[in-house]
Design a protein around this ligand. Structure first.
Ligand SMILES: O=C(O)CCC(=O)C(=O)O
Ligand SMILES: [Fe+2]
Length: 310
């Protein structure tokens, strides 16, 4: 039976290095239990006769075996006890703005695999991935699935049903403690925990960008006033290919700042940055870490989950 672990980083230095190492803190749960028992009873499949849109299932995991190539050899200068994090990137953080932080490499490869598995299973089911668009016919340059509440570029959170007649699955419960522990990790780096308040995620947008994917500059401002005015943070997890993320308190492209988000990175923006403008300018193709591709045949591209409290 497949298992599901959400491990969070642990802030204690390894005895022989300044790198920080993870500790697994959550119990393993069954992904099969979550994805199949809980969610696959959602509404009947849409048909053309209903006058609703058909949708091609979009899977995150490609058929076939994962990449079994061993990672590029690196000179082994360390002793046997001097273990390296699996992606060779240390845990670190960067405060980007008041109320906005990036936690680097905070999602373990094992958890990334489990997150991909959950999003794949739900993504091919009712309420799964589709390319959002406008009534004019123009489309966003990504595949998207919502958890908890339907969000549409025109009707925002107002329409319960999607154009294919389905409703989104709820936020998988196993994500809730993960998101909350990420917020707590962020708070530990701030002068005051109030800069990024704790929240309980009940909605999430799950985006998948292929090599040509992107997302225009926008604010996440459609959640309830309680959430927006309270500065309850958006917690954004990136997996797969790296992406160039733009942000700033302005729409002026020249004044925006940018940061490259890699697999396992987490951006949190709340408090004074809750309404920050942000977008994804592009994807760096073939930049998914090999240790991830050795465990799961993730489709080329970038997966991003943004959790919010509605
Ligand atoms: O993909 C990202 O990093 C950002 C996604 C985002 O801003 C959104 O879905 O609202
Ligand atoms: Fe956003």
């Amino acid at each position: 039976m497949a298992t599901f672990l959400l491990s969070k980083p642990c802030f204690y230095p390894h005895s022989s290095s300044t790198h920080l190492y993870r500790r697994d803190v959550f119990q393993r749960h069954s992904i099969v239990k979550y994805s199949l028992r809980q969610y696959h009873h959602t509404p009947a499949a849409a048909t053309v006769a209903d006058g609703v849109h058909q949708r091609e299932p979009f899977g995150l995991i490609l058929p076939g075996a994962p990449n079994t190539r061993s990672p590029t050899p690196t000179p082994n200068t360390s002793s046997a006890t001097d273990a390296k994090p699996v992606t060779n990137r240390p845990l670190s953080h960067q405060i980007l703005n008041p109320g906005m932080i990036v936690l680097r490499n905070h999602i373990s490869i094992r958890d990334q695999v489990d997150i991909v598995n959950i999003c794949h299973t739900l993504g091919v089911g009712p309420g799964g991935f589709q390319q959002p668009g406008y009534s004019s016919g123009s489309k966003l340059q990504l595949q998207r699935m919502c958890f908890g509440r339907n969000w549409d570029p025109e009707t925002k959170y107002r329409e319960r049903y999607r154009n294919d007649g389905s409703i989104p699955p709820p936020v998988p419960p196993v994500f809730i403690p993960l998101v909350q522990s990420l917020i707590q990790d962020a708070q530990a780096h701030l002068t005051s925990a109030n800069e990024i308040p704790l929240m309980r995620p009940d909605v999430c947008l799950v985006n998948f960008y292929t090599a040509t994917g992107r997302l225009g500059l926008h604010q996440d401002r459609d959640e309830r006033p309680y959430s927006i005015r309270g500065g309850l943070p958006v917690v954004s997890i990136s997996i797969g290919d790296a992406g160039e993320f733009l942000y700033g308190h302005t729409r002026d492209e020249d004044k925006l700042q940018k940061v490259v988000l890699e697999s396992g990175d987490v951006v949190i923006f709340g408090g004074k940055s809750r309404l920050i403008f942000h977008g994804v300018r592009g994807i760096f193709p073939n930049s998914t870490p090999l240790p991830l591709l050795e465990k799961i045949k993730l489709r080329p591209g970038r997966l991003n989950l943004t959790f919010r409290q509605f």
